[in-house]
Design a protein around this ligand. Structure first.
Ligand SMILES: Cc1cc2nc3c(=O)[nH]c(=O)nc-3n(C[C@H](O)[C@H](O)[C@H](O)COP(=O)(O)OP(=O)(O)OC[C@H]3O[C@@H](n4cnc5c(N)ncnc54)[C@H](O)[C@@H]3O)c2cc1C
Length: 381
């Protein structure tokens, strides 16, 4: 049982990327208040993403033939860790770099690879993920939105929901039913690349609890797509999506969502000269160190070309629990010291992270679903 997540270290040549990426981030986030930086995942800054692409920090896992850096998942781990711990705005390139490009590389045709991957590596082609629908979130196999085969290609009708950044994206990789009925479950699902500028596509942003609108509803009304919109095999969508979710669930993004708040709180402790928070800070550091080691172990599996679906689910489940505990513990700590002056910036950051935290264990797969996957991996289901 204990050989599944064998501990691994980051190779020195990838560690060596840190000073460069830190300098680029510093030049962009300098002066941004903590509550803005805490929006890292939601922070949309296309110019920053293009600057990352120009400096060679996108497409780190992708072949040079398609504009990538061919450095592998450990290099990406280092870069993502730096971006998130500084609270840099990653939304513009996030999904394309993490999921869409590896998916297109793995399952796409040569034409699709050449058409999309170099632009993703330059931070120029922005993607969103169209999996969830009203009534099909956890139960993705029940997807109803349909792509019908026509003489010229595909005709899409239906609706997606909770699509992060659909309003800013150029393309959606959508999980659609290309044959059969929702009762057929996994069979008949395929992935298609949808140009979001195509006639018949309507994107309607949804405002979340924090007042930001970073995800959207997307409607398709007789949207015509070319034959080449199909990515991978027809009817292979379920298998492809499962592999894609392992990229989404294993990385440092499942540890650092609240880390800007942690940093702001530690600065507060320093500013007010408080020395009684050792147990709490020690607990946070122990949790971060353990989760980070687990995430690096998952990265090592990705580096071997494996798809660590169960291990990634463990990292996401434990990681999001930590990310959600953090604002509660920091809020309790500040409340227990009512005489301390808390800066507006720390207060706004705490409010934002407290409001957004419930989404951490929903986005990318809910806690209950992950625990089901883990139980199956342990032979308990
Ligand atoms: C911030 C954010 C960004 C998102 N971005 C995207 C995106 O870009 N693209 C996209 O496609 N989706 C996106 N989502 C949607 C997300 O993936 C879904 O919300 C998630 O998969 C849950 O689906 P649901 O909302 O339909 O909830 P439901 O599936 O209705 O679940 C409701 C509750 O029931 C539980 N539950 C459901 N089935 C079971 C079961 N079999 N056993 C035990 N418990 C169960 C769930 O765990 C959950 O607690 C995003 C969501 C959030 C919050």
């Amino acid at each position: 049982m204990f050989d599944t997540l064998t501990l691994a270290a980051l190779p020195p040549e990838d560690e060596a990327l840190r000073p460069q990426i830190q300098a680029l981030i510093a030049s962009h986030v300098a002066g941004l208040p903590a509550d803005r930086r805490a929006r890292s995942w939601q922070g949309f800054d296309a110019a920053f993403s293009r600057a990352l692409g120009q400096a060679g920090f996108l497409g780190l896992t992708l072949p040079r033939a398609y504009g990538g850096q061919e450095r592998g998942p450990f290099a990406r781990f280092v870069v993502v860790e730096e971006l998130l711990s500084a609270g840099a705005p990653v939304a513009a390139h996030w999904i394309a770099d993490r999921q869409s490009a590896p998916l297109i590389l793995g399952y796409g045709t040569e034409e699709q690879r050449r058409a999309y991957i170099p632009r993703i590596c330059r931070g120029e082609a922005l993607f969103c993920i169209g999996m969830s629908e009203p009534g099909s979130g956890s139960d993705l196999a029940s997807v109803r939105t349909r792509a019908e085969r026509t003489n010229k290609g595909w005709r899409v009708n239906g609706q997606k929901i909770w699509t992060t950044n659909a309003m800013h994206s150029d393309y959606m990789i959508a999980l659609l039913r290309t044959s059969g009925t929702p009762e057929d479950r996994h069979a008949g699902l395929s992935q298609l690349i949808i140009d979001l500028k195509a006639p018949g596509v309507v994107v309607r942003p949804i405002v979340d609890l924090t007042g930001d609108a970073h995800f959207a509803e997307v409607f398709f009304d007789n949207v015509e797509l070319p034959v080449e919109a199909l990515i991978g095999g027809e009817g292979e969508g379920w298998k492809q999506v499962t592999a894609e979710l392992a990229f989404e669930r294993s990385g440092p993004e499942r540890i650092y969502s609240s880390v800007v708040l942690l940093d702001a709180w530690i600065r507060h402790l320093q500013a007010v000269g408080r020395r009684d928070a050792g147990v709490l800070t020690g607990r946070f550091m122990a949790e971060i160190a353990t989760l980070r080691a687990m995430s690096i172990a998952c990265t090592a599996r990705l580096a071997l070309g494996e798809s660590p679906v169960v291990e990634a689910s463990i990292v996401k489940d434990r990681g999001t629990t930590f990310e959600q505990d953090l604002p509660v513990a920091i809020g309790d700590d500040l409340a227990a010291h009512p005489d301390e002056l808390v800066s507006d910036e720390l207060y706004r950051t705490l409010l934002y992270v407290t409001h957004i935290a419930p989404s951490f264990s929903l986005r990318g797969g809910t806690r209950e679903i992950l625990r089901g996957i883990i139980a199956r991996g342990m032979g308990l289901r």
